[in-house]
Design a protein around this ligand. Structure first.
Ligand code: NAD
Length: 484
């Protein structure tokens, strides 16, 4: 058995870092070293380092939750190297050891050490994958929740912070005091306008410390927006075992991902950045068109396939897209509505290629994504992903038949399978679905989800048409009528 740290002993076909890791110096501090950071940002940097570049941009990982102690221990035992396995649809795997992480700090061990690493002039960038919920913004108001216990604790002891906000803001303050210009803060979380969201959260925290510090973070720190994409499931024991059996590599925490990766970043880095553009990332002036493309073509198409797919008896995404009816549904959604609705072109992207690649990605059995995962939390997802498509199409007088049928499929799913509904508005959704016989349009009368769509005949008519077929003649007949 070989450890990922033993480059010389790795089996043939497994790529190892081609650079001397002792030459690396830290330029990036990353908070939230999970699967995605290691399959995405650290992988792009590793590619650059393999070309002999970016040696002064190595990553120091930071973990602050109790569960991150395990990541500290695993990485320390492997000299901060780990194995990345890309699984192709035909069963073939690309395996490489990634070496771009140079160090890892666990905040509870020594918060001041993390602040000093960030305050060091060599650190020019702080990056984040702290999850969608990690920005501490209230669902209801969108405001920073300054009364959360962890925030109150950091405000009471700001030199020994334990949250991402406390750490980053204290480091920015120390730099400012010493005349060191601020690092940029780059969110790589899956949130629309993630840089703007990060700016709001970090400057709100800073303002709770001091109004002037709040102004400084809001106005003088760069928070570029970015769009990230690569399906990276949680690592399982079966993944570790497969790495041992197939390659003889004993890795405490390898990362498994699909081959596809995309990263579009707004090019606003006052202290510079690695040349990510040389290894496949796109550096652009404006991320918004790329975000629209991803939300409306990828995320909304997940909604389009999941309820119809489940109602047809499928469990996995790759099974659903192998069903010609679902494949036709996705094509119809993209060609008739999703693509037509896009407000502007995303430069450098061919949308026919993009959607063909989506279909290929969905068909990858090695990723084993479930339709149930896509069907969870629909009341958060449909308003963000699908309804903007509907509104833009209605505003320009275009049909919305497929999108309306997707909403009908959600209603039918909640009616037939109430026990499976996982949603923060579960009871409201199920109650409305149980009344479909008497009041089919009632399902749409939730203004927080649907605005005034229940009063828009051009949406309600195709919704009712699809719902009636779904309820009276079944899902195959309804889909044939829509896309047959
Ligand atoms: P993961 O569970 O492997 O890792 C999550 C990491 O985030 C852990 O290190 C955890 O400690 C840290 N974290 C969680 N909450 C935090 C908080 N409040 N403050 C600081 N750190 C916190 O998950 P992952 O797959 O790496 O995904 C992380 C994020 O990456 C997602 O939430 C998403 O925004 C983004 N992303 C993931 C994928 C994917 O396919 N996994 C794809 C695109 C984007």
């Amino acid at each position: 058995m070989t450890s990922p740290a033993q480059s010389a002993h790795l089996p043939l076909g497994v790529e190892a870092p081609r650079y001397a890791r002792s030459d690396l110096t830290v330029g990036i501090v990353h908070i939230g070293v999970g699967g995605f950071h290691r399959s995405h940002q650290a992988m792009y940097l590793d590619r650059l380092m393999n070309q002999g570049l970016a040696r002064d941009w190595a990553i120091c990982g930071v973990g602050l939750l109790p569960g991150d102690a395990r990541m500290r221990d695993v990485l320390r035992a492997q000299d901060h190297r780990y194995t990345l396995v890309l699984r192709h649809p035909d069963g073939h795997e690309e395996v490489r050891v990634v070496g771009s992480l140079a160090d890892y700090l666990f905040v509870p061990d020594d918060p001041a050490a993390v602040v000093s690493r960030m305050a060091d002039p060599a650190t020019r960038l702080v990056t984040l994958t702290i999850t969608e919920g990690g920005y501490n913004l209230s669902e209801a108001t969108g405001e920073f929740a300054g009364d959360a216990a962890a925030i109150v604790a950091d405000l009471a002891d700001p030199a020994r912070p334990l949250t991402a906000f406390g750490l980053v803001v204290e480091a920015l303050r120390v730099r400012h005091e010493r005349g060191i210009p601020p690092f940029a803060v780059l969110s790589c979380d899956n949130i629309s306008s993630n840089g703007d969201v990060a700016r709001r959260a970090f400057s709100a925290y800073a303002a709770l410390r001091d109004q002037e510090l709040g102004r400084f973070v809001r106005e003088e720190v760069a928070f570029p927006n970015s769009m990230v994409d690569r399906i990276t499931p949680q690592t399982t024991d079966a993944d570790r075992a497969s790495l041992r059996e197939r390659y003889g590599i004993d890795d405490g925490w390898p990362v498994i991902a699909e081959p596809f990766a995309q990263w579009v970043v707004e090019d606003r880095f006052p202290l510079g950045r690695p040349d990510w553009d040389l290894v496949g990332a796109q550096l652009v002036d404006d991320v918004v068109p790329y975000e629209h493309m991803k939300l409306r073509l990828l995320n909304a198409s997940h909604q389009a396939m999941c309820f119809f797919g489940i109602l047809l008896g499928h469990r996995y995404v790759h099974e659903a897209v192998a069903d010609p009816l679902i494949a036709r549904l996705l094509r119809a959604y993209w060609d008739r509505e999703g693509i037509v609705s896009l407000p502007g072109a995303a430069p450098g992207i061919d949308l026919a290629d993009y959607t063909a690649t989506l279909l290929e990605r969905y068909g990858n059995p090695a990723i084993a994504d479930t339709l149930a995962r896509l069907a969870a939390e629909t009341s958060d997802r449909i308003p963000k992903f699908l309804l903007p498509v509907v509104r833009d199409l209605l505003a320009t007088g275009r049909p919305v038949d497929v999108s309306a049928a997707v909403v009908a499929s959600w209603a039918r799913y909640a009616e037939c399978r109430p026990d499976e509904v996982v949603d923060n508005r579960r009871s409201e959704v199920i109650a409305a679905a149980q009344r479909l016989s008497e009041d089919p349009v009632g399902f749409l009368r939730d203004p927080e989800l649907f605005g005034d769509l229940a009063d828009q005949g051009r949406f309600v008519d195709p919704y009712l048409r699809a719902l009636t077929l779904l309820r009276e003649q079944g899902v195959r007949v309804a889909l044939e009528a829509l896309v047959g």
